[in-house]
Design a protein around this ligand. Structure first.
Ligand code: ATP
Ligand code: MG
Length: 262
């Protein structure tokens, strides 16, 4: 089967900083891949290269067998890759519905719609897509609440829902649970993962919390100093000695998770 994503020998340098080196991975459709690594390990750089927000210095990226290495982020979104950012990208003054309708309107234009900037956000197709995403992500109760006053967890959920309204086949989430309390993290991820899986979306998510990674990923990539030092099941990667030594906190958090299950 053709991998949905194939990265081959990716390198990215910023002056003397090597943010990505020799990254080669293949992801089959429908897999959920967790990405771990310390601050500055190159996780966001990797995500940015796949989504076209950065171009690699060398190497190639294929999406469903098609070379997307030099495409713009807009072209890549149109092909079926979407993302959320480390910091939620929402319109604070709009309601949840307003945000979703704006995202649906933009997605409609991206998919070759003929509408311009003055397209009404209450056009039937836009409204239907927005309502469906609100439903899917269990946001109905917040539908008419201004984004500015949403709890952080709901704001992150809204941001992810907005990335899904364009019906991507591959979704990249950069720290979906950052800034959220430990109690809220699992609930948020339960909602996100069941929504995405119901649509057969392939997921790459960057995450610092090893318990979240262990619970939700099928496979875990560990980044260190711009490269992948371990790639396997959560158990394999989190149990890897280099991962435990080099990625601070891993050992402690993994052991705590094991202790809780015992
Ligand atoms: N636009 C840029 N210009 C210069 N250096 C950059 C740029 N973006 C990233 N870097 C550097 O590349 C390295 C990798 O950064 P990156 O943001 O990918 O790390 P990260 O793993 O996402 O870290 P974090 O967990 O803190 O989000 C770091 O040394 C960072 O300072
Ligand atoms: Mg980052």
């Amino acid at each position: 089967m053709t991998p949905i994503l194939a990265a081959h020998q990716l390198e990215k340098t910023f002056g003397s900083v090597v943010a990505a080196r020799d990254i080669t991975i293949e992801v089959p459709p429908k897999q959920t891949v967790g990405i771990i690594g310390a601050n500055g390990a190159g996780k966001t750089t990797f995500v940015n290269m796949i989504t076209g927000h950065l171009h690699p210095s060398s190497g190639s990226i294929l999406f469903e067998g098609r070379d997307i290495t030099r495409l713009t982020s807009r072209e890549i979104t149109r092909l079926g890759i979407s993302r959320s950012f480390q910091v939620a990208q929402i319109f604070p003054s709009l309601t949840v519905f307003g945000n979703m309708a704006a995202a649906a309107g933009i997605a409609r234009i991206g998919h070759g719609g003929t509408w311009g900037i003055f397209t009404p956000l209450h056009a039937p197709e836009v409204t239907a897509a927005a309502e469906a995403a609100i439903d899917l992500f269990q946001l109905s109760r917040y539908r008419d609440v201004q984004a500015l006053v949403l709890p952080q967890g709901v704001r992150k959920l809204l941001d992810i829902a907005m990335a899904v309204v364009s019906a991507p086949r591959l979704l990249l989430l950069d720290e979906p649970t950052s800034g959220i309390s430990i109690e809220e993290k699992f609930d948020l991820m339960d909602v996100v993962m069941s929504a995405l899986k119901s649509r057969d979306i392939t997921i790459l998510f960057v995450e610092h919390d090893m318990e979240i990674v262990e619970r939700f990923a099928d496979r875990v990539l560990a980044f260190y100093d711009g490269t992948v030092i371990a790639d396997g099941t959560p158990k394999e990667t989190l149990g890897n000695e280099r991962v435990q030594t080099l990625i601070s906190g891993t050992k402690l958090r993994t052991h705590r998770a094991e202790g809780q299950r015992a």
